[in-house]
Each structure stands twice: as structure tokens, then as C-alpha cells.
Design a protein around this ligand. Structure first.
Ligand code: DCP
Length: 651
């Protein structure tokens, strides 16, 4: 869910730096003879010349596009150089690009707080640096100004194509300029210098947007590429935003954007301006309403997070068309590859950065051959992460089983086929600093081993991801979630809008080998009494209500299934291979249903895993925590309260 944060100040100086045709530049540095040549990077598979994932600017001039395959690119640009993405474990290996991104980050971080937003994008908070510069070096008295700064594009400034640099120079050095514009001018100097340092030290060019907040800086960085920078002045904000298609705005690429279009007739950001904050709050809830009102006016208080390392690690692969995985054995084989890669990267992160990840998540895209329910998605599943490739694989297999069972429903037997997996990925998130000192790290892992004595994850630790728990939980997870994938992955929506949207939509073959930015769809919190603009149509609010109910039953199912599975079944399930396990799971499901009918429900509160609790709706979390306080346990459970409702045998 978008969070409406008020601007702490409209004098912040924020830059968004985006590398130009990044993978192509990395390959050109590796093979200097490619410099200046039309070049594109293709995914490793050779069908129709492979899918293009990065296109150099020389090739773009000839009409080559990222949506093309290698063969098509050769038709429009016969001299194009196609470079294959490195391959490891039968899939794309992005290590060189990741490392190249880290080189750039370490340079950009020199002047202020720096947030690594993706493999080739960075936000910088340059407020302090700009203020210091303004105090120490008044720009109006500068005699010579670097070309790179003079090449800046200042939005709203009228250029004539002849004396552009002079006009920019005047703007930069105006004595009577507003303080905020003076700070922006300083930002332009600082960013130009950083971009030059990146070029000198890494040979890479990049482009940047400089503005008073992250949203505007991001919108501007792609406006003039390659190797240029764009400044968003306060006076230009209205003109910049008004014509923008609403779906292009960050966090509006999904359902919320569609609701604005269909329910309110809002197609551009300008259209949103006619709605009062109260009206938007009435429809979408207080927070989302305010957020919408703010973004229409270019207001966004999002802070640049000081983070030079990725938030999560992922390893994935797509299996398009005939390559879809149709047997459990093939899924297990690929999971092994993915888990090994993930484990290596986790190990490296631990050794290099002393960080540990806490959550393992399995995502997949699937279809049923006899599909009557084609909109149904394979549910993402997560559990506490245990270190070691073997353990990660074991847990991933369990997560896959759980997801497949849910995807197919109780009437379809996973073993008998009739399904296909077109995308598979595992990711590790909730990465935090490891306890300091090597001995602590060792203790940490010993502790983990003790916890998982059987090396088997207990069923209680498997939980439904996101929407599956409850709608509120989804809202809690609306913050952007970035995964640098080590393999073939879903789409990247690298337009000016939704780079950190959670688009579960996937991927055609051309997206293989790509970096994935996985984020959560904004889910507005709805007001208690939902007011619909159009009572005829099912509104966004009504849809959400339906989801809520669905979420409630899902969590119930989850808790009950877990608590009902007998230890005998569990042991059998865990010690067998995937096929056998799925048979057992089916039996277990039937038995758990019977158990439910017989009201043999039991849930041992001591077995509630903390990370499961964290995924529950906030009010439920509070109540569970109250339960977990032993001395108060007996007195604090409120009869008829929400938690009792979720956990009650009758349900
Ligand atoms: N990428 C990918 N798969 C995609 C899109 C992108 O693997 N579907 C990779 C290759 C890109 C890198 O991510 O080089 C960064 O993506 P961008 O969208 O930022 O595009 P480029 O950096 O290639 O070009 P631009 O100069 O337009 O930003």
C-alpha cells in the first residue's frame, strides 16, 4: 500500500541515478572492441537468436528494441553485435552485472545518503552536500562551469537550441533565484561531478534526475538519456505531472491505477487534481486518499534509505512454452540449481557483509492444462530460512508442494500431471546484520541447527505469502521489495513509473535472464463505510471486501491444516521424495478436513512461529503477543475477539 508521508521539507535535494544500457556497457568494458558498435545483450538460449534484455544506444538508433529477439534485431540492424549473458547452472548468471553495479554504488555513495534501488539504479540524498556547497561556493560567483553541468536539462526552462548552454548557465548562477532553485543548482554540480567520477573509474555512463523528492527525481532520470541529467524545479512540477498517464506513476501500474481509470475516469495525473483529498479518502481510505492527493501535486516524503546492499537475494528461471516443467522430478531438479545459487549468494553476503537472511520464499507461475480457473495464481509461499543448500532445497520443495496443492485444489492430483510451471524462483529476504563477531555467527548457525534438530521444517513454519494470509497483511507488505535475481525472472517494468511495483505478471521468454524487481501491488485500505463512485459497478472497495473474506478463510485453513496434520504423516512426508510427499499431503488434507468436522482442533500456542505472527494482521499480532506472555495468558484472551475467531475450533 502506498504510504502518504508528508514532505519533511521542500528543500531536499534528491537524485536518481540510472545506468545507461547497463548490461551492454558491462559487456563493452569487458570486450572493448564492442565500444561504439551497435550491441545488445541476449539471454543465453538460442531460440530465434535469444531474447534481447539490454540494447545499446547505437543499436537503438537503428530501430533495435528490447522486445525483439536476436534474429529480428539482425534484420533491422545487420551489423549488430549480440552478446550472450553469462551462463551458470544452466541459467543466466548475473554476477558480473551485480558486481559492476556495486562498483558504481561505492562511487555514488561519496556525497550523501545512498540507496541502491536495483542492479543499476541508485537514489542519493544530497541535501547536506548541496547546502554546504551553497554556503562555501556561491554559484553566482563561479567563473568556469564544467560542460557536464551546462548540459543539464532544466525542466520548464525555454531553450532555443542555439544558446542552450548559456541559458542553463544563467539559470544556474541567478543571484535572485529562490533558495530551493539554488540548492537544485548545487545538486546539478554535485551529480555531474559524481557521474564524471563514475565514468573515469568504471568507464560507465549514467543519467540522472535531480529534484526535491524521490518520485520526481525518478521521473526525470529517464527523460534525457544517455549520459545526461535533468533538473525538476518546483515551478515545473505541474507541467511535468499533468500529462502523465496515471498508470505510469509508481504504485499506480496495477489495481489502484485501474480503479482510478474505471471508477473515477482518471487517465492522467492531471485528471486526479479535480478530486479533493476528502473525496479520495472517502473512496480509498485516509492513507491512500492522501497519498493520491499528494502525488498529483508532486508531493512525496519518501526518504532515501541508507542502503548500499540489496534488500533480498533471488534465483529464478523461466520455462516458457514447451519448456514448461511438467513433472515433479523436473521441478525438483531445477529447484536444486536455484537453491544452490541462492545458498552461494547468501554465504557470500554473510562472509562479505556479515548479513543473514531470515525468510525463504518460493514463487512460481503455473497453468493447468484443463483450465477452468485460468486466473488463479500459484501462491507464493515462505518459511524461515535455514542456511545450507541442502536445507534450502528441502524447504523449497516443501513450499512448492504446498503451493502446488493449493493451486490445483483438492480435486486434482499433482502426481497425475495436467499442470505446468513456467517460472520458478526462490528468494531470501528479511536480511539483517549478523550478530557481530565470527564466534557469534557460528553460534547463530549452531542455534539454528539446534532449533531444527530434525533438519526438517515443521509445518507450522510454512505460511501463506501475502494475500493468502489476510488483506491487512498484504497492506503491511506494500513497501517495495527488491530482489536481485540470479537468473531468469519475471518482467522488469522499467518505464518512468513502476520500477518498484509488485507485478506478478510474468514474463515471456524475452525476459529471461533479467533482473527482477518484485514489489507489492498497492492495496488501499478502505474506509469502514465504503462509498462507491459508481454503485452500478462492482467497485474497488467491494472487490477488496471480497478478498478480505477470502483471506480470512485462507488463514483459517492454513492454521487448521497445520495443527491437524499428524506427526506420523509429517514424518513420512518430510522423509520421502516429492511425489510420495504429495500423495501424503493429499491424504493429510482429507484427514485434516475430517478432523475439523470432528472438532478435534488444537493449536499449541507455543508452536506459533514468530515470523508467522509477523505476517498476521496487526490487531491479531497484538493479541497473539498477549497470549505469548505466559503470566497473562489465562486472562488476556478476549472472548469473541478477532484472534479467537481465527483460531476457534468451530471455525
Ligand atoms: N534487464 C533485464 N531484463 C529486462 C530488462 C532489463 O535483464 N527485461 C537488465 C538489463 C538492463 C538492466 O536490467 O541493462 C537495467 O535495465 P534498464 O531498464 O535500466 O535498461 P538499460 O539500463 O538496459 O537501458 P536504459 O539506458 O534505457 O536504462
Amino acid at each position: 500500500m502506498p504510504v502518504a508521508r508528508p514532505e519533511t521539507s521542500d528543500s531536499r535535494i534528491i537524485a536518481h541515478v540510472d545506468m545507461d544500457c547497463f548490461y551492454v556497457q558491462v559487456e563493452q568494458r569487458k570486450q572493448p572492441h564492442l565500444r561504439g558498435q551497435p550491441t545488445a545483450v541476449v539471454q543465453y538460449n538460442s531460440w530465434k537468436g535469444g531474447g534481447l534484455i539490454a540494447v545499446g544506444y547505437e543499436a537503438r538508433k537503428d530501430g533495435v528494441k528490447r522486445s525483439m529477439r536476436g534474429d529480428e534485431a539482425k534484420k533491422v540492424c545487420p551489423q549488430i553485435q549480440l552478446v550472450q549473458v553469462p551462463v551458470a547452472r544452466g541459467k543466466a548468471d548475473l554476477t558480473i552485472y551485480r558486481n559492476a553495479g556495486s562498483e558504481v554504488v561505492s562511487i555514488l555513495a561519496r556525497k550523501g545518503r545512498c540507496e541502491r534501488a536495483s542492479i543499476d539504479e541508485v537514489y542519493l540524498d544530497l541535501t547536506e552536500a548541496a547546502e554546504t556547497m551553497l554556503k562555501e561556493t556561491p554559484i553566482e560567483s563561479l567563473e568556469s562551469i564544467d560542460e557536464e553541468v551546462l548540459k543539464s536539462h532544466v525542466l520548464g526552462l525555454c531553450l532555443n537550441g542555439k544558446d542552450d548552454k548559456e541559458i542553463v548557465r544563467e539559470w544556474l548562477t541567478r543571484r535572485d533565484a529562490d533558495h530551493r532553485d539554488k540548492l537544485l543548482a548545487c545538486g546539478a554540480f554535485i551529480v555531474a561531478e559524481l557521474r564524471l567520477q563514475v565514468l573515469q573509474e568504471t568507464e560507465f555512463t549514467c543519467s540522472a534526475g535531480i529534484a526535491h523528492n524521490k518520485m520526481l527525481a525518478k521521473l526525470a532520470s529517464g527523460m534525457n538519456k544517455p549520459a545526461q541529467q535533468t533538473i525538476v524545479t518546483l515551478s515545473s512540477v505541474k507541467g511535468l505531472l499533468e500529462p502523465l498517464p496515471i498508470k505510469k506513476m509508481k504504485q499506480l501500474g496495477g489495481k489502484l491505477g485501474s480503479s482510478l481509470q474505471t471508477d473515477l475516469g482518471v487517465n492522467t495525473v492531471g485528471d486526479l487534481l479535480q478530486f479533493s483529498e476528502e473525496k479520495l479518502q472517502d473512496i480509498y481510505g485516509a492513507n491512500t486518499g492522501t497519498w493520491l492527493w499528494n502525488i498529483a501535486r508532486g508531493i512525496s516524503g519518501d526518504e532515501v534509505e541508507g542502503r548500499l546492499l540489496p534488500k533480498s537475494h533471488g534465483s529464478g528461471k523461466t520455462f516458457p512454452g514447451v519448456r514448461a516443467l511438467k513433472t515433479l522430478a523436473s521441478v525438483e531438479k531445477w529447484l536444486k540449481e536455484l537453491c544452490e545459487e541462492l545458498s552461494e549468494r547468501l554465504q557470500l553476503d554473510l562472509e562479505t557483509n556479515k548479513r543473514v537472511a531470515h525468510t525463504l520464499t518460493l514463487h512460481a507461475n503455473a497453468y493447468k492444462s484443463t483450465d477452468t480457473d485460468s486466473h488463479k495464481k500459484f501462491p507464493s509461499k515462505s518459511c524461515p530460512l535455514r542456511y545450507g543448500a541442502g536445507k534450502i532445497l528441502e524447504d523449497s520443495v516443501k513450499l512448492f508442494q504446498a503451493g502446488l496443492r493449493e493451486f490445483l485444489g483438492s480435486y486434482m492430483n499433482p502426481v497425475s500431471g495436467g499442470w505446468g510451471i513456467t517460472n520458478l524462483s526462490v528468494s531470501a529476504s528479511k536480511i539483517v546484520a549478523a550478530p557481530s563477531g565470527t564466534s557469534s555467527i557460528t553460534r547463530y548457525f549452531h542455534g539454528q541447527d539446534r532449533f531444527h534438530t530434525s533438519s526438517e521444517p515443521s509445518d507450522e513454519k510454512f505460511k501463506l505469502e501475502d494475500d493468502k494470509l489476510s488483506p491487512l497483511r498484504t497492506e503491511n507488505h506494500s513497501a517495495s521489495h527488491q530482489t536481485e535475481c540470479g537468473g531468469e525472472q519475471p518482467q522488469v517494468t522499467h518505464d518512468t513509473s513502476s520500477f518498484d511495483r509488485y507485478e506478478t505478471t510474468c514474463k515471456d521468454e524475452a525476459t529471461e535472464g533479467c533482473l527482477t524487481l518484485q514489489n507489492h501491488e498497492p492495496k488501499p485500505r478502505l474506509p469502514e463505510k465504503e462509498k462507491n463512485i459508481n454503485d452500478e459497478k462492482p467497485s474497488y472497495g467491494q472487490k477488496r471486501k471480497a478478498t478480505k473474506e477470502k483471506g480470512t478463510s485462507s488463514i483459517l485453513r492454513f492454521l487448521q491444516t497445520n495443527s491437524c496434520s499428524s506427526s506420523n504423516q509429517e514424518t513420512k512426508c518430510l522423509s520421502s521424495g516429492l511425489q510420495e510427499a504429495l500423495d501424503v499431503e493429499n491424504e493429510s488434507l482429507i484427514e485434516s478436513q475430517n478432523n475439523r468436522r470432528a472438532s478435534q482442533w488444537r493449536y499449541n500456542i507455543d508452536e506459533i512461529d514468530q515470523s508467522v505472527v509477523e505476517e498476521l494482521p496487526p490487531e491479531i499480532q497484538d493479541e497473539v503477543r498477549t497470549w505469548l506472555r505466559p503470566q497473562k495468558q489465562a486472562n488476556t484472551v478476549k472472548r469473541g475477539s478477532n484472534i479467537a475467531h481465527y483460531f476457534s475450533p468451530q471455525k
